[in-house]
Design a protein around this ligand. Structure first.
Ligand SMILES: [Zn+2]
Length: 267
């Protein structure tokens, strides 16, 4: 499932390829549209230009502006579900498989939103803050406002296991199954530990690990082969060897399967 680093990579890809370009046409499957029809989407985007992009947690926002638009902001909102991604393509004929929305630009080329399992969602909003509140999303894991004090206050409130806590989007937005494992592995903390049990030093470690992991994954453009050598990500399978000499194990917490090293993560 695309998490914060994946969506940030999609956003940067979008900025490089689609910003300030005028939309000639758009098509979309109703299965991924939430609260709007393809006709409404066409009415909003055709002849408009993309002028800005933002990301909050696993959500991406694209601001669009029509030539004769009234005041106020209009945003296209994307969530990528389990299998979604955004890909610029030179022509509509070269769109990736499972393309659910295709934006064609007036000066050629297009942008594809692909989502095999159709669990992603596309929406429109004119107020991001209201949208975030409505979706009950906490602050983004890498936002300035997510300083250590805020992180600690949000984490220690949770009674769930640490892995589930990190994945709780209403506490911190952006972390899912893969990166919660990675953060706990880097912090050398067992995924079943309860937040209230952590010492101040462990909480600080955890916060630093969160920032390090998410930034490193973005820098590596989420390519497991380009991640730092000590990452769990390329060895997410039972029995894989950990640099400590131990073996990676599979663990199930609140219905989610994760991976950890019982030798490193004893705390
Ligand atoms: Zn280990």
């Amino acid at each position: 499932m695309p998490e914060l680093p994946d969506v940030e990579v999609f956003r940067r890809r979008f900025e490089e390829s689609a910003l300030d370009r005028a939309v000639g046409d758009v098509s979309a499957e109703s299965a991924v549209l939430e609260g709007l029809s393809e006709k409404t989407l066409k009415g909003a985007l055709v002849d408009a230009s993309f002028v800005e992009s933002r990301r909050h947690g696993k959500y991406m926002f694209i601001r669009y502006r029509s030539a004769g638009s009234r005041k106020g902001e209009s945003w296209l909102v994307m969530h990528f579900g389990m299998t979604g991604y955004l890909q610029p393509c030179p022509s509509a004929k070269e769109k990736p498989p499972h393309t659910r929305m295709l934006v064609s630009f007036k000066d050629g080329g297009s942008l594809a939103y692909s989502c095999q399992r159709k669990l992603g969602r596309i929406q429109l909003t004119d107020d991001i803050d209201h949208f975030l509140k409505h979706m009950k999303l906490g602050p983004d894991a890498l936002a300035d406002e997510m300083d250590f004090v805020t992180f600690r206050e949000r984490i220690v409130k949770s009674r769930g296991a640490l892995k589930s806590t990190l994945m709780n989007q209403s506490l911190i937005a952006g972390i899912g199954n893969i990166y919660s494992d990675e953060i706990l592995y880097q912090a050398r903390i067992h995924p079943r530990r309860k937040p209230a049990e952590l010492s101040a030093a462990m909480l600080e470690n955890l916060y630093e690990a969160m920032r390090f992991v998410l930034n490193a994954a973005i820098d590596a453009e989420v390519n497991p082969e380009r991640m730092p050598a000590g990452f769990l990500l390329p060895r997410r399978q039972p029995g894989a060897s950990c640099p400590c000499g131990g073996r990676i194990e599979k663990i199930s917490i609140s219905g989610r399967h994760g991976y950890y090293c019982p030798n490193c993560q004893v705390n």
